[in-house]
Design a protein around this ligand. Structure first.
Ligand code: 5AD
Ligand code: SF4
Length: 470
């Protein structure tokens, strides 16, 4: 088999045996009480989806879950390596567990996720945090039960970074966090190597799940009442390229969309270089596909886009966006932007501002560039000070705030289909979201949570809409 082709395996029976063994050991240790796990997830939805698998495996190993770290028998941080700030928070929060472990030596403290795939980080944890008993990276997720078992019974610290074997492991139990909003991973890893990004190094090569497995998981979710399903991947537009039976993302989306039911279908993240007209036509014709496109452009300057290795320019980005706007009425566009990439000048930054003004995004995820060890950009000259980048960053936020407010104001008087998601604390108000992913606040009964409602938009406040049931 060519090494370009994915291979799929089921999680081994051995792992299910370990889950049973853990359950028996913990039953004895807790004298019949259920052991409790505290799981905290940093970073992106891919990490959230991984945590749902870890929770699934823990549930099968006899654990219940707690939000209170002080009563947990097992504490796990699923970490993110995308920016330094996220890493610093992990170090701070792990450090804070030292005294808890001293008081209760029997608890197991564990770290997993993207940060743990970096050798220098795993070494730092090993040396500076001796009370951490289990560390595993994203490639070792499928052997979590075995690793947990070893750390619980062998009295030795277990550090496992796994290796990128281009395999997909199916059949891992999942305990989803939500009952009507859910994540559905369609692929893992990334082959794009944007020069600033650590993801390809920590999540490995791009591999796609088999189409039939995804379709049956989607059917199961829809049947069990999921109303808002997001297909996940670092670059969903290149889905299927490495499958033996090639299939495009647009084809996958069409097939899922043809499943009967009342639900919304979303997906993220799209890469502009692979965003085809076929995909946009599929969204336009879709029965369930939301009118939201998250299409990160990162920078409006062609010079910087080249340095970032993004493989598109401003003109191509605008071409796709304009085609999408024309084909999908009411389209809501969102994007990721990096401010202060190495060598970026104020002139480059102004190009980003002009692109934002031209496209009129609903909302933006904006980041100040953070150097990541081992990426090409971390070796580039970066003469602009952080304070200056922060100034540019604030300028960008102010521009976007005005655009978002204008966009929301234009929706006043319309009626929107809204998925009611939660009750606002200490008020009688409910929170919901439109198909375009815009938050709507309205008065209503808690029973409506998890249902679609038609809502008349009465007011707009910055990027939030106010409405009433119609
Ligand atoms: N610094 C700042 N932002 C980054 N992102 C990825 N890597 C970095 C980095 N080194 C941002 C990109 C990406 C989003 C998930 O995180 O905008 O789309
Ligand atoms: Fe990182 Fe680029 Fe891959 Fe996104 S597409 S995960 S930014 S390397």
């Amino acid at each position: 088999m060519s090494d370009k082709i994915n291979s799929t395996d089921n999680i081994s029976n051995k792992q299910f045996e370990y889950m049973n063994l853990i359950s028996e050991i913990m039953e004895i240790r807790k004298r019949g009480d259920k052991p409790l796990a505290f799981i905290h997830t940093y970073g992106c939805q891919q990490n959230v989806a991984d945590s749902e698998k870890i929770k699934g495996m823990l549930k099968k190993s006899g654990y219940d879950f707690t939000e209170d770290v002080n009563e947990a028998d097992f504490i796990l941080f699923n970490t993110c390596a995308v920016r330094e700030h996220a890493e610093d928070r992990v170090f701070g929060n792990v450090g804070a567990l030292k005294s808890l472990k001293r008081k209760h030596p029997e608890i197991m403290i564990a770290l997993c996720g993207c940060m743990m795939e970096q050798e220098h980080i795993a070494n730092k944890i090993y040396k500076s945090f001796p009370f951490v008993g289990l560390v595993f990276g994203t490639h070792a997720l499928h052997s979590f039960p075995e690793l947990l078992y070893n750390s619980l019974v062998k009295g030795k610290r277990v550090f496992e970074r796994g290796y990128d074997d281009k395999k997909i492991y199916e059949g891992i139990p999942i305990k989803r966090d939500g009952s009507f909003k859910g994540w559905l991973p369609i692929m893992y890893g990334c082959d794009n190597f944007c020069t600033y990004c650590i993801v390809p190094y920590v999540r490995g090569r791009e591999r796609s799940r088999e189409k039939d497995i995804i379709i049956s998981e989607a059917k199961e979710m829809i049947l069990s009442g999921y109303k808002d399903i997001t297909l996940l991947g670092q670059n969903v537009n290149s889905y299927g390229k490495n499958l033996e039976n090639k299939v495009s993302f647009a084809e996958l989306l069409k097939e899922i969309d043809s499943i009967d039911g009342d639900y919304w279908l979303r997906f993220m993240t799209s890469h502009p270089k692979d965003c085809s007209k076929e995909l946009i036509d599929t969204i336009a014709k879709g029965k369930h596909i939301s009118t939201h496109l998250h299409l990160p452009f990162q920078s409006g300057s062609d010079r910087i886009l080249k340095q970032m290795n993004r493989h598109y320019d401003r003109k191509k980005y605008l071409e796709i966006v304009n085609y999408a706007k024309e084909k999908i009425p009411g389209l809501s566009l969102t994007s990721d932007i990096i401010v202060g990439f190495p060598g970026e000048t104020y002139e480059d930054f102004k190009e980003t501002i002009s692109l934002i003004k031209e496209v009129e995004f609903t909302s933006l995820f904006t980041f100040i560039y953070s150097p990541r060890v081992g990426t090409p950009a971390a070796k580039m000259d970066d003469p602009v000070h952080y304070e200056e980048k922060s100034k540019w960053f604030r300028e960008l936020l102010a521009v976007q705030e005005e655009i978002a407010a204008k966009r929301c104001a234009s929706m006043v008087g319309t009626t929107q289909k809204v998925l009611i998601e939660s009750k606002k604390e200490k008020t009688n108000e409910l929170n919901g979201r439109t198909s375009g992913n815009i938050i709507v606040e309205l008065d209503g009964n808690e029973d409506l949570i998890g249902t679609f409602q038609n809502v008349e938009i009465t007011k707009a406040r910055n990027w939030i809409l106010k409405g009433k049931l119609s």
